[in-house]
Structure formats: structure tokens, C-alpha cells
Ligand binder design. Structure first.
Ligand code: THU
Length: 136
């Protein structure tokens, strides 16, 4: 199994592939699956801004399209492109909802560095969320 620091290292490495010519804000994410597999993602912007995909969702798409759906944790790092990195990057609302589709009890590790991060359960970041249960 990976440590928080290793997950954050992989997220930071994924930032290198960020395509962010509009915001110049690079984000990397690394998801840890319950079986110990990991997948990474970066943000991919678009000239039609609304078509931008966040790093967290890119990582989720990588995992799910490889046959993995049981998430244990996600590590997230972001900063301006040049990146001295600055504040903690928290997952946006859309990404919180996408993550909750699969594992509401997963851990979210939102970081500014490998040593400075805020780790909480997703259910704390997205309380009283909408889910499949509401449609029964
Ligand atoms: N972004 C992410 O990749 N994840 C987040 O949780 C917040 C925002 C990206 C989207 C866009 O490319 C840039 O950061 C600025 O919003």
C-alpha cells in the first residue's frame, strides 16, 4: 500500500502533464483503489472553458475505464504553472459529486505539499449529498 506522501508525490508528478494554457493553474491527482492500484490524472483545459476536465475527474476516468471502481483515497496537488505551489487545492463541487458516485467514504488528501495537507473523508467535504439512493 502507498503512504500519503507517495500518493502526493504521484499527484505532483501528474501535474507535469497538465494542459492549462488558459488558467495557468496546474493540478495533479492520484487515486488509490482498495486493492492498492493507483491511477493519476491532470487537468485538461479547453478553449471552450466549460469543456475543461479537472485532474480529479481525469484520474477517476483513468481508473474506471481500466475496470476499477473501489476508491480508497485521492491525493490532489495544484499550483500556478511556474509552480512554487501556494495554497491547498481542494476538489471542486463537480469532482466531489463524481467521486461520491463510487465511494462516499473515501479519503480526500488535499495538499499544498507532501508535508502540508488536509485529509478528510469525502462525506465531510460533501455532506447530505445526492446519490442513487434518492431515486429508489
Ligand atoms: N481544477 C482542477 O483540476 N481541480 C480542481 O479541483 C479545481 C480546479 C482545474 C480546472 C482548471 O483547469 C484550473 O484548475 C483552474 O480552475
Amino acid at each position: 500500500m502507498y503512504t500519503d506522501r507517495q500518493l502526493l508525490d504521484m499527484a505532483k508528478n501528474a501535474m507535469k502533464y497538465s494542459y492549462s494554457p488558459y488558467s495557468h493553474f496546474a493540478v495533479g491527482a492520484c487515486v488509490l483503489m482498495k486493492d492498492g492500484s493507483v491511477f493519476t490524472g491532470c487537468n485538461i483545459e479547453n478553449s471552450s472553458y466549460g469543456a475543461t476536465i479537472c485532474a480529479e475527474r481525469a484520474a477517476v476516468c483513468n481508473a474506471v475505464s481500466s475496470g476499477y471502481k473501489d476508491f480508497k483515497a485521492i491525493a490532489i496537488v495544484g499550483g500556478l504553472n511556474s509552480t512554487g505551489i501556494n495554497g491547498i487545492t481542494y476538489p471542486c463541487g463537480i469532482c466531489r459529486q463524481v467521486l461520491s458516485e463510487f465511494s462516499a467514504d473515501m479519503y480526500v488528501i488535499a495538499a499544498r505539499s507532501e508535508d502540508d495537507y488536509d485529509m478528510r473523508r469525502l462525506s465531510e467535504f460533501l455532506p447530505a449529498s445526492f446519490g442513487a439512493g434518492q431515486m429508489e
